[in-house]
Design a binder for this molecule. Structure first.
Ligand code: NAD
Ligand code: IPM
Ligand code: MN
Length: 327
């Protein structure tokens, strides 16, 4: 497996992930490659050729986070490497689960289309342009994932768009509605993105699976995380039809707390659990790790949750809990 620690707290939380992965009864190799701001400094490119080929050949990619304040406004930016990597691996379905008291929802964020990938952003005559583009095939692919997850869960799929304003959203709604007949066991509803934000704050427990375009999914997954314990807990898995998935926390490089040893590694460790489930075919280990992370959150919470445990202390609490469960 390839590991891309990246920037800021990325290396701090990936160190926790590597420690936990090595403690598990699994045959795996984890090789670090340069990525993000560090790679720009060392090699002039946030996604160097060698890193991209290693990712393309890997079983899975474990990713920390990218982004450094010194690149704000720079022409070559760490985040460009992340977008290119997602495109190159064609991981169209980004799963972002949120759980909490009476909340168990899954956002399926389209990850390789929409505003992020439309005809390249540019400036002309002093104005700036970004284009939102979707083909029916792109929408169908991610929507089917949404239906399939809903079918395995509680049977409700909420498709989120801005069909009252945007042409891409009207196409989105048409395509999603056209698939509903293939999934008679799933109840499909459509919700406008602003209302979805409101309801995620007011009544997140009413949702099961949400499927939405790239930008709405980015924003709404932070909203859902903010309502249920914060970004220190939010994991993600990005899957394509074939080839390796990317497993990364929803959060960024958190420059405000980087280097202090206080980052909550739970989001990363839950992303490792998703890797075990979706890439390694180890659902039982995945569930055991999720239980141990929950256990450590009870016993040794980090400062973002009002506790005092540092990253290493939290990781050791997870390792102890895994040991107890295995005994
Ligand atoms: P951020 O997610 O890095 O941080 C937002 C807030 O959440 C900060 O206060 C931070 O301290 C807190 N936080 C985040 N993760 C935490 C954790 N594990 N434990 C405790 N607290 C945590 O978002 P930002 O500050 O807007 O962005 C910083 C940089 O990260 C930017 O360059 C941005 O582009 C980048 N970014 C990268 C990714 C990614 O690599 N996938 C995701 C989001 C943002
Ligand atoms: C995320 C991040 C990225 C995104 C940025 C860093 C490019 O916010 O993974 O949620 O917008 O997709
Ligand atoms: Mn985001």
């Amino acid at each position: 497996m390839v590991c891309l620690p990246g920037d800021g707290i990325g290396p701090e939380v990936t160190a926790a992930a590597a420690r936990v992965l090595r403690s598990l009864p699994l045959e795996l190799t984890l090789e670090d490659y340069p990525f993000g701001g560090r790679a720009i400094h060392e090699l002039g490119d946030p996604l160097p050729e060698e890193t991209l080929s290693a990712c393309l050949a890997a079983d899975a990619v474990l990713l920390g986070a990218v982004g450094l304040p010194e690149f704000d406004g720079a022409p070559v930016r760490p985040e460009q490497g992340l977008i290119r990597l997602r495109g190159a691996l064609d991981v169209d379905a980004n799963l972002r689960p949120t759980t909490g008291d009476d909340v168990d929802l899954l956002i399926v964020r389209e990850l390789v289309g929409g505003l992020y990938f439309g005809a390249s952003g540019r400036r002309a005559d002093g104005s700036a342009f970004d284009t939102c583009e979707y083909s029916p095939g792109q929408i169908e692919r991610v929507a089917r994932r949404g239906f399939e997850f809903a079918r395995e869960r509680r049977g409700l799929l909420t498709s989120v768009d801005k069909a009252n304003v945007l042409e891409t959203s009207r196409l989105w709604r048409e395509v999603v509605s056209g698939l509903a007949a293939d999934y008679p066991d799933v109840r499909l509803e459509h919700l406008l993105a602003d209302t979805a934000g409101l309801q995620l704050v007011q009544d997140p427990g009413r949702f099961d699976v949400l499927v939405t375009e790239n930008t709405f999914g980015d924003i709404l997954s932070d909203v859902a995380a903010g309502r249920c314990g914060g970004l220190g807990l939010a994991a993600s898995a990005s899957l394509g039809d074939a080839g390796p998935g990317i497993f990364e926390p929803v959060h960024g490089s958190a420059p405000d707390i980087a280097g202090r040893g206080v980052a909550n590694p739970a989001a990363m460790l839950r992303s490792v659990a998703l890797l075990l489930r979706y890439a390694a075919g180890e659902p039982e280990l995945a569930a055991a790790l999720e239980r141990s992370v929950d256990d450590a959150l009870e016993r040794s919470p980090t400062p973002d949750l009002g506790g005092t445990a540092g990253t290493v202390e939290f990781t050791e609490a997870v390792l102890r809990s895994l040991d107890r469960a295995a005994a």
